[in-house]
Design a protein around this ligand. Structure first.
Ligand code: GTB
Length: 216
């Protein structure tokens, strides 16, 4: 059965691929699973039909037969469990990949996302510069640690896995901030992720949605 995911009808990032449907698209592309996309306005996301799928009225969701999921991490995990290619077969290596998935979402993403939110919603506050510095210090601490662990390896733990897919997705939000450039091995790691054909297909698909919304 072909799954259906939800995405922004018009992403506020103007097609930069920063919304969280991108990581789900990427996972589906990595495993070669075709998918449908249902596009939603902000208004539709808060209506009962969507709230029945997503208790917080957000994207992405994932529907497949009688299964409905929300939370991008849970969706990527589901895809990785049901298809070959995103989690190793060896039980210990698999557990470590899953640990990297959680690390990406629980340990690395929060200060990065908070920085993005602050730069949109708190820019005019008198304490903005101080808050930005504090958030960037927290981000640097995580990047330093991650950079040390990655070293000169291509991926976090052996072959590319769902842990890398989520970590690269999270780090991509730092592009243009200058922060990633302070850690050349992490910049190269993100570039390796972006160079994957599956990433490119997913990126092009979400960009096509933005272009269609802008020209239609
Ligand atoms: N923890 C959830 C998950 O991982 O799935 C978080 C889902 C989430 O934050 N969804 C956002 C959403 O639906 C879109 S991705 N927001 C609408 C709402 O809450 O009403 C977050 C996002 C939004 C915008 C940009 N951007 O413009 O760059 C990037 C990322």
């Amino acid at each position: 059965m072909t799954p259906t995911i939800t995405a922004f009808e018009r992403s506020p990032d103007r097609g930069k691929g920063l919304a969280r449907d991108m990581r789900v698209r990427w996972a589906l592309e990595e495993v070669g699973q075709p998918y449908h996309v249902r596009l939603l306005t902000f208004k539709a996301m808060k209506e009962p039909a969507h709230l029945a799928l997503h208790p917080f009225g957000q994207i992405p969701t994932y529907e497949e037969g009688d299964l409905a999921l929300f939370e991008s991490g849970a969706i990527v995990f589901h895809i990785a469990e049901r298809h070959a290619g995103l989690l190793p077969d060896d039980a210990n290596a698999r557990a470590r990949s899953i640990a990297w998935m959680f690390a990406a979402l629980n340990t690395v993403e929060p200060p990065i996302f908070d920085r993005a939110l602050a730069s949109i919603f708190e820019r005019d506050e008198p304490w903005y510069e101080q808050r930005l510095r504090a958030l960037e210090d927290s981000i640097r601490q995580r990047l330093e640690q991650l950079s040390g662990r990655l070293g000169d390896a291509d991926w976090l733990d052996g072959a590319f896995s769902a842990g890398d897919l989520l970590m690269v997705s999270v780090l991509l939000r730092l592009k243009g901030s200058g922060l990633l450039d302070e850690y050349p091995n992490l910049s190269a790691y993100v570039a390796r992720g972006e160079a994957r054909p599956a990433y490119k297909r997913a990126f092009d698909a979400q960009l096509a949605v933005f272009i269609a919304a802008s020209t239609g």
